[in-house]
Design a protein around this ligand. Structure first.
Ligand SMILES: Cc1cc2nc3c(=O)[nH]c(=O)nc-3n(C[C@H](O)[C@H](O)[C@H](O)COP(=O)(O)O)c2cc1C
Ligand SMILES: O=C(O)C(=O)c1ccccc1
Length: 381
């Protein structure tokens, strides 16, 4: 590809060309047959937008808030591990790009630069203003160590704890098995003190993640921190109701980008169920998985998401041009989203309601014909 990227899928093509196969394989893959990975993206194409016209859209704003913090666009950055394989500045570059565009950066537990250094880099970028950083937590068996991580987050200025609950064990990503993928030697898990289990294959296996994690632990987290708690990986209404009952502040509807349980629905397909389950509470609902276009953001918001999170496109941007590349990815999808809003006749995010969308299945030619031509004329054969 010789020209500059003009859509998010272009960044994937560029990353495929430039990264070592094992690294691209790690970033790109889903679990098993990758049917959920594909379904996450396809779901957006099965939902159609019904635009309003002659609405004054000279001024369109994409601004919104999450957990009370202002962001310039509802497109935020999902936690993804190991940014050091894409760029030497690693998570610092990603966080700087988010700070300069005033959106939320979620740092992964298994990052290659530490939470303190990354926050400091972003703060410098935003001219000493506090950047909006959340911290994604993998809960490990050693709860004392987990508690220390949480306390460090609070001290460092992180604004929410995102607890990932869809990875009691690592999904089977076939590319990683084929490449015997491991974290390259020159990189470390910078939020931890280096040891055997935290480098190479050990770092990938995440062996210390606690498969016994359950709702009692969520109560424990609430007792040890004042930070808002966001649960990432809720997939059913019943669990969303339990989240409300346990006093969480936010939910990210996620199937881990199709990297864990293959064969589950797309996140967009279950979003309405979750939004309905938390109705009447203050819990905010976000979604990730398969979002690649401005119209995808529009559709997710129309179905009730307050914001969306991007995973893979961010690491592809990082691999392309570091901080500038991440900025390009975010700026491009923000531009597309603003355009979609204007073309659909919405001037602010709160105006994007379910009324603007319709599942493709409900709008076939046969149905429209039957609905609007009551006296059907049988063709003479
Ligand atoms: C390379 C990669 C690494 C990831 N690492 C983590 C992680 O450490 N913690 C986590 O909660 N989710 C992780 N995820 C899942 C993302 O947070 C997110 O749910 C997913 O990527 C969204 O789908 P998308 O890539 O289609 O945007 C990872 C995803 C990818 C692609
Ligand atoms: O790749 C992932 O999806 C993921 O969550 C992860 C994080 C750290 C190490 C290995 C996998």
């Amino acid at each position: 590809m010789s020209s500059a990227p003009v859509c998010l899928d272009d960044f994937e093509k560029l990353a495929r060309l430039s990264l070592p196969a094992s690294v691209f394989g790690y970033y790109f893959s889903g679990a098993d047959a990758e049917s959920t990975l594909q379904r996450n993206k396809d779901a957006y194409d099965s939902l159609l937008i019904r635009p309003r016209i002659l609405v004054d859209v000279e001024k369109v704003t994409t601004e919104t808030t999450i957990l009370g913090h202002k962001i310039n666009s509802p497109v935020c950055v999902a936690p993804t591990a190991f940014h050091g394989m894409a760029n030497d500045e690693a998570e610092k570059a990603t966080a700087r790009a988010c700070a300069s565009l005033k959106t939320c950066y979620t740092m992964a537990t298994y990052s290659n630069t530490s939470m303190e250094d990354t926050y400091a880099a972003a703060k410098q970028k935003s001219r000493k203003q506090d950047p909006l950083h959340w911290f994604q937590l993998y809960v490990e068996q050693d709860r004392e160590a987990t508690k220390q991580l949480v306390q460090r987050c609070e001290r460092a200025g992180y604004k929410a704890l995102v607890i990932t609950v869809d990875r009691p064990r690592l999904g089977r990503r076939l590319a990683d098995l084929r490449h015997a993928f491991k974290l390259p030697k020159h990189l470390s898990l910078a939020n931890f003190i280096a040891d055997e289990t935290r480098s190479g294959a050990g770092a990938y296996a995440g062996g210390a993640i606690d498969a016994s994690l359950n709702w009692k632990d969520i109560e424990w987290f609430k007792s040890i921190t004042k930070l808002p708690i966001v649960i990432k990986g809720i997939f059913r209404g019943e669990d969303a109701k339990l989240a409300v009952k346990h006093g969480v502040d936010g939910i990210i509807v996620s199937n881990h980008g199709g990297r864990q349980l293959d064969g589950c629905p797309a996140t967009l397909e279950v979003l309405p169920e979750i939004v309905d389950a938390v109705k009447g509470s203050k819990v905010e609902v976000y979604v990730d998985g398969g979002i690649r276009k401005g119209t995808d953001v529009f559709k997710a918001l129309a179905l009730g998401a307050r914001a969306v999170f991007l995973g893979r496109p961010i690491v592809y941007g990082l691999a392309y041009q570091g901080e500038e590349g991440v900025r390009s990815v975010l700026s491009l999808i923000n531009y597309e989203f603003r355009l979609a809003m204007a073309l659909a006749g919405c001037t602010s995010t709160d105006k994007i309601t379910p009324d603007y969308i319709i599942p493709a299945e409900e709008i076939s030619l046969a149905r429209s014909y039957a609905k609007y031509h009551s006296k059907r004329i049988a063709p003479k054969l």
